[in-house]
Design a protein around this ligand. Structure first.
Ligand SMILES: *Cc1c(COP(=O)(O)O)cnc(C)c1O
Length: 361
């Protein structure tokens, strides 16, 4: 049977080596009679896993001094509330860039707690582009400025970061985290749901600059307080131990594969191959995003003849290329090429696309 390649945007494919290690780990009971799935979080063995995950991630990122790493339960959407609940402090205002679907959802949540200043707006024009960084007008009294560097649904990525001066920059990095090197020092806070590039769903990584922990989070429930989670070593509530174990395995895999620079190089090559196939298809396939803003993680494309979308999806699936349907709010097709997608998967997809186009004449 031909290999199967799952192009889902998340939960997404995990590296084969990680799944194999996970299988071993699942049954590996320690001297305490418990495996990583069964172990109480008060145990020394759990604390060791937590510390290992933290250290591996810090080493991968080259984490600067003055930042704390949390492995919290829940998805990125919990952070849509946790960010304003924790970071507004005495201010009532926060700035958000509205770059697409996920930014829009973050804004909707923030409006429950804050006056939201939308400093950049995605217009939904064709061809698509992220709001230009030069046009941003940031009110001075904002508690923070929130961006979504990679919009998973629209398949658009910022080519740079805004200069927000003294206003802390906050990023929902869910679909681009660990896809390449990241200058953490540019940010006040970064969060990423695990199911795209880190591990299984149910875990979110939060990296927060220590000075922001001083802001009072009056209305945040205890497990949702960054400060309290830091003070109580990530165990205000039961942490998602198994997901943290898997994240640590993924961090090991990235390290052994050459680190974040190697991830970036491989991801660039995969994305370039697929976009090239789209751009040289004589208009049979189209990428709706302007080249400078195309996401390397989520490659969005369409068939010029939309009636071919369903046959394309059916035949792709029969060829072992699964979950290529676009985000439900934007339609079309999408191939998510996170770290765990091997180059061979992209080659198989490009070959299928070429063949499909030829068969349609
Ligand atoms: C997938 C995704 C989310 C949603 O994450 P949940 O874990 O479902 O809350 C949020 N933001 C971005 C950028 C995403 O890609």
């Amino acid at each position: 049977m031909a290999p199967l390649y799952n192009f889902a945007s998340g939960p997404a494919r995990l590296p084969d080596a990680v799944l194999e290690k996970a299988r071993e780990t699942l049954f590996a009971r320690g001297a305490d009679g418990a495996s990583a799935l069964e172990r109480p979080f008060t145990s020394a063995a759990f604390r060791a896993t937590l510390e290992r995950a933290r250290q591996r991630l810090a080493a991968l990122l080259g984490l600067p001094e003055g930042y704390r790493v949390l492995f919290l339960a829940g998805g990125a959407m919990q952070q849509f509330s946790m960010v304003p609940l924790n970071l507004l402090g005495d201010s009532r205002r926060a700035a958000y860039a509205d770059s697409g679907y996920w930014a829009g959802r973050a804004i909707a949540e923030a409006r429950r707690y804050a006056e939201v200043a939308v400093v950049a707006r995605y217009e939904g024009a064709t061809p698509l582009a992220a709001p230009p960084l030069d046009d941003w007008r940031l009110p001075a009294d904002c508690a923070y400025c929130h961006i979504t560097p990679n919009e998973t649904g629209e398949g658009i990525a910022y080519p740079g970061l805004p200069d927000t001066g003294a206003v802390p920059l906050v990023a929902d990095a869910t679909s681009c985290f660990l896809s390449g090197p990241l200058d953490v020092s540019r940010f006040g806070l970064i969060y990423a749901g695990a199911q795209k590039n880190i591990g299984p769903a149910g875990l979110t990584v939060v990296i927060v600059r220590e000075d922001l922990l001083e802001r009072e989070a009056r209305h945040a429930p205890a497990p949702y307080r960054y400060r309290q989670q830091v003070d109580e070593n990530n165990t205000v509530n039961t942490p998602v131990g198994w997901a943290i174990e898997l994240a640590a395995l993924v961090f090991d895999w990235i390290t052994e594969s050459g680190g974040l620079a190697a991830m970036a190089a491989a991801n660039r090559a995969k994305a370039a191959q697929l976009y090239r196939a789209i751009d040289t298809s004589g208009g049979f396939y189209r990428a709706p995003v302007v080249p400078a803003h195309r996401s390397p993680s989520n490659v969005r494309f369409q068939l010029a003849d939309e009636r071919l979308t369903e046959p394309f999806l059916q035949q792709a699936e029969a060829a072992g290329l699964t979950h290529l349907r676009g985000h439900c709010h934007v339609g079309g097709l999408r191939a998510s090429l996170y770290n765990a997608m091997p180059a061979a998967g992209v080659s198989a997809l490009v070959e299928f696309m070429t063949d499909f186009a030829r068969r349609q004449g």
